[in-house]
Design a protein around this ligand. Structure first.
Ligand code: RP5
Length: 305
């Protein structure tokens, strides 16, 4: 679009609006002008294509056009580059390093080895039934007692929905203190990035874990049999200085999982994109319900309760 006086966009607008397009404005800038246009396509990660745009900035006679579409997907057109020179040989020489980067970006997603089709009963399977390599858990979920398990289930489901590799265990700060310390001290070495610890009563588990690791610890106060869970909440939230534990609301394992995902998404752009989509869906779902209640009226809305 830089090769002639009238840009491609200008020409397009004039064409659809029935405006004049002078013939001379569609001729090459000079008699020797040669131009090549290269598409910038999305790659394996949401920002892979930016490598190509970056490379193009250092090419003499190149103009970079990114379309502002946000995150890229493999093969999605995200922009283009035009390179001008006085001969086709010169254009090709200038564009060569860019073509190498573009090939690398494409190879990243086209040359990935296909998933193993052999049926190994020891390996977990995805929804298509193909075997998956076990991944290192990056979120370690632990609870003081198996009686906490139903509180944790919704949060674990959210981790699953986000494909976060996680582990689940029972470690009691007062009944199995040694294994609790072993768990906390070994977590970082095993690749864990965030710990979620649920406990009820005098809920010292999250604090004791935080005392034995430098990883972020998210506590879930469990509503045990007394005091409506206020005992657990205060035990977790009132950790003394120097040993922080983030506390979510009583029994709210979904918030614990979402907070873990937010922490992990700080340096994981794919996860952040997924999280932002999840938050948008959450907003849309409430808006739809609000619209439905306004349209149908409160009584009709509640009739299926
Ligand atoms: C805590 O005591 C556990 O986290 C649980 O919430 C509570 C009651 O435990 P169980 O008596 O049900 O094992 O340690």
């Amino acid at each position: 679009m830089e090769a002639c006086p009238l840009s491609q966009y200008d020409a397009h607008l004039r064409a659809i609006l029935g405006l004049p397009i002078p013939r001379a404005s569609l001729q090459m800038l000079t008699e020797t002008t040669c131009a090549v246009m290269v598409n910038i396509l999305g790659g394996a990660s949401p920002e892979s294509h930016l490598r190509a745009a970056q490379e193009a900035l250092s090419i003499s006679g190149a103009r970079v056009h990114l379309y502002g579409k946000g995150y890229g997907r493999p093969g999605r057109k995200m922009g283009h580059v035009t390179v001008l020179a006085d001969s086709m040989d010169e254009v090709e020489a200038r564009i060569l390093p860019l073509m190498q980067i573009i090939d690398e970006i494409r190879d990243e997603y086209t040359k990935k080895s296909p998933p193993s089709q052999t049926l190994d009963p020891a390996k977990p399977r995805n929804h298509e039934g193909t075997a998956q390599e076990p991944q290192t858990p990056i979120v370690a979920v632990t609870m003081g007692s198996d009686s906490d398990r139903s509180v944790l289930a919704p949060g674990i489901n959210l981790l699953k929905e986000f494909d976060i590799p996680y582990s689940v265990s029972i470690t009691s700060a007062h009944r199995t203190p040694q294994s609790m310390i072993h768990f906390a001290r070994g977590a970082a070495k095993k690749g864990t990035k965030v710990i979620i610890a649920a406990a009820g009563g005098a809920a010292h588990l999250p604090g004791m874990i935080a005392a034995n690791t430098s990883l972020p610890v998210i506590g879930i106060p469990v509503k045990a049999s007394h005091l409506e869970g206020l005992d657990s909440l205060l035990s977790i939230v009132q950790m003394p200085r120097g040993c922080p534990v983030a506390s979510v609301a009583i029994n709210n394992s979904v918030n614990a999982a979402q907070l873990a995902i937010r922490i992990l998404s700080i340096d994981d752009i794919n996860l952040r994109a997924k999280l932002e989509q999840h938050l948008d869906d959450q907003t849309r779902s409430v808006e739809e319900k609000a619209r439905k209640m306004e349209t149908q009226g409160f009584e009709a809305y509640c009739k299926d309760d």
